[in-house]
Design a protein around this ligand. Structure first.
Ligand code: SAM
Length: 105
């Protein structure tokens, strides 16, 4: 599979935009930070390239965030979680680890 092609869970193939400019490298390291919607960034990462995936997804309990709406329908909420964990599974190395917080109603 080409690096800039990505198969969505629906099976549809999409072309990943070049978002390398969204990353900032931490000076003196090989670590990169990106601020934004993780689902804009994760698809650009290669399969099985990550050692540790840490996430603290929203709980959908109507917490008041600045912009994020924490009161989605169950279907929409679970769909968002599915997309993130799908990316975790795709990007983690076989011996990688996933750390996630999690509570919900
Ligand atoms: C449970 S809070 C995380 C709190 C964080 N661990 C802390 O200690 O401050 C969930 C956060 O996920 C953010 N969020 C929701 N969807 C996101 C997405 N697709 N990409 C990046 N952040 C997202 C929300 O804006 C919210 O700040």
């Amino acid at each position: 599979m080409q690096k800039n092609k990505f198969k969505q869970k629906s099976g549809k193939m999409v072309t990943i935009p070049d978002i390398s400019s969204k990353f900032k490298t931490i000076s003196g390291t090989n670590q990169r930070v990106s601020l934004g919607d993780c689902l804009d960034v994760l698809p650009s990462l290669e399969e099985k390239s990550i050692d540790l995936f840490v996430t603290s997804p929203p709980y959908n309990i109507d917490i008041e965030y600045r912009t994020y709406q924490d009161n989605k329908s169950s279907e929409e909420y679970l769909s968002c979680l599915y997309d993130v964990f799908y990316e975790a599974k795709r990007t983690l190395k076989d011996d990688g680890s996933l750390l996630s917080t999690g509570i919900s109603k």
